[in-house]
Design a protein around this ligand. Structure first.
Ligand code: GAP
Length: 466
């Protein structure tokens, strides 16, 4: 875990709240730790990021199919996948203030790599730090800290009549990752769509984890969205497909305006027992430092074998050309949508000098900006300008997410639109209605203003958003 620039981070968090991007959940009741809500601009930004991922992963390919599976699944799903038994993180607790901490993160703050380490390794390392009197609670500073123990991340619920006693028989889990639904619908997808190998199934949806220390704003939350793709293949082709997908996924970040210098590959040395390769894409956050945004994993045939064994349903594939039957191996790409929202906001948030003035501008890639065009009448109290501006707003809204704004003066409106990242502002003035049938279009980044004919406005903007 890298060092946090707390000042920059707090500024970004309060910006997100005050500008209607992201709110703490249930704030009027004191909040709910590790859960956030998305306001108007945040929700649209999140959808735009999702759409870009869907376009890249599905629309621009002919080998990946979409799935939207339910959050609840048969509870055996999570027994078969190993989650019920061992989806846990090592937890320590401060005996003084009862703050609970991720033991592996605590060790990492001392430069000790503890990713997927055993509980024995973690406790040995913690004991050494205790002897050296270095181990302290991150909240109150006490050195009275418990040994690490495993803490399940599974979030449980119950089906059945509300009067039934909560029992193990009717327990259901809120899925901790979206890929479980993909494995369970692998057979129906093959039987209904008859894809040729290799092929992928992708889905976007909610996942839930009872994180020990949900922290860092929307970086690690208890309810979040994942965008995952499972690519089913013959094991002989894993290596070449893995390399291809690494390129494909890195390209997505670059094509969305994140520079190469902000991105890094991280190779996992300790792997889950079924995995043969695992790389993360890390992004260098201005606020929280270098950290994981996406994982690309070679998962072997563990998933389909396990579900086959537990369900009794044969999930092998028969390749009639090679006359060969095999259980497909899986290559996974998995990214947190909320984490990407944080990445783009962190990247785009800019404070800059404009003459003697300062402005905050969200330099989001234009195609991801929540609002694409804002339309203003130069003066609010001139009905002729207001009605023309409304007419233009109605002309543009069919093609773009637009806003009509007649509050304050034009300068203030520009600042407000800069803050939410709107690429273009259109102003209707007296020349528009009396002379040239054109409007002033102002670019968010260059602040250059151009005169554009109303009849050309839609194509002018759409060409620049591409
Ligand atoms: N199916 C594989 C899987 O779930 P993971 O590394 O646990 O792998 C993949 O999660 C991605 O999901 C992470 O890289 C991260 O972007 C996102 N993610 C995981 N836990 C999260 C959490 N608690 N809050 C927000 N995003 C999370």
């Amino acid at each position: 875990m890298s060092k946090i620039n707390d000042q920059a981070f707090q500024k970004l968090i309060s910006f997100c709240k005050s500008k209607g991007f992201i709110f703490p959940s249930s704030e009027i009741y004191g909040g709910l730790a590790g859960v956030y809500d998305y306001g108007h601009y945040g929700a649209i930004l999140k959808n735009n990021i999702r759409d870009s991922w869907m376009r890249h992963m599905i629309q621009l390919r002919n080998d990946v199919y979409l799935l939207d599976s339910a959050i609840f699944m048969h509870p055996t799903t999570w027994v078969a996948s190993g989650h019920v038994e061992s989806f846990d993180d090592p937890q320590v607790e401060c005996r003084k203030c009862h703050n609970r901490m991720r033991a592996d993160h605590l060790l990492e703050s001392f430069g000790i790599s503890a990713d997927k380490a055993t509980i024995e390794f973690i406790n040995t390392e913690l004991d050494k730090l205790k002897e050296e009197k270095k181990l302290k609670c991150v909240s109150c500073g006490s050195s009275d800290i418990t040994p690490a123990k495993k803490f399940s991340l599974m979030v449980k619920s119950n089906f059945g009549s509300p009067t039934d006693a909560l029992s193990e028989e009717n327990v259901v889990y809120l899925r901790p990752e979206t890929c479980g639904g993909i494995y369970l619908q692998y057979k129906n997808t093959v039987d209904s769509l008859h894809p040729s190998f290799p092929f992928g199934i992708a889905q976007v949806g909610k996942a839930f984890r009872n994180e020990i220390a949900a922290r860092q704003f929307i970086f690690r939350t208890r309810e979040f969205e994942q965008m995952e793709m499972q690519y089913f293949l013959h094991p002989d082709t894993m290596k070449e497909n893995y390399e291809n997908w690494k390129v494909v996924r890195m390209q997505w970040y670059l094509s969305n305006g994140i520079p190469e210098s902000k991105l890094q590959w991280y190779k996992h040395e300790r792997l889950a027992h079924y995995a043969s390769e695992a790389y993360d894409i890390k992004y260098d956050f201005n606020s929280i430092g270098l950290d994981e945004v996406e994982g690309i994993h070679a998962r072997g045939n563990w998933d389909l074998s396990q579900h086959s064994n537990h369900s009794g349903v044969d999930l092998s594939y028969f390749d009639s050309k090679k006359n060969e039957k095999f259980i497909p191996h899986i290559l996974e790409t998995s990214v947190g949508l909320n984490r990407l929202v944080l990445m783009f906001l962190d990247f785009a948030y800019t404070e800059e000098k404009v003459g003697d003035d300062e402005r905050i501008v969200l330099k989001l890639p234009k195609h991801l900006a929540p609002i694409k065009v804002a339309v203003f009448p130069l003066l609010k109290n001139k009905p002729v300008l207001v009605s023309k501006a409304l007419e233009i707003f109605n002309q543009l809204k069919n093609d773009f997410m637009c806003e009509f704004d007649d509050n304050g003066n034009v300068g203030k409106r520009y600042r407000r639109q800069d803050e939410i990242g709107t690429p273009y502002c259109v102003t209707v003035d007296f020349d528009t209605v009396e002379k040239d049938g054109a409007v002033t279009v102002r670019d968010r980044d260059t602040m250059i203003q151009e005169r554009v004919k109303i009849s050309d406005l839609n194509s002018y903007i759409s060409n620049r958003l591409k």
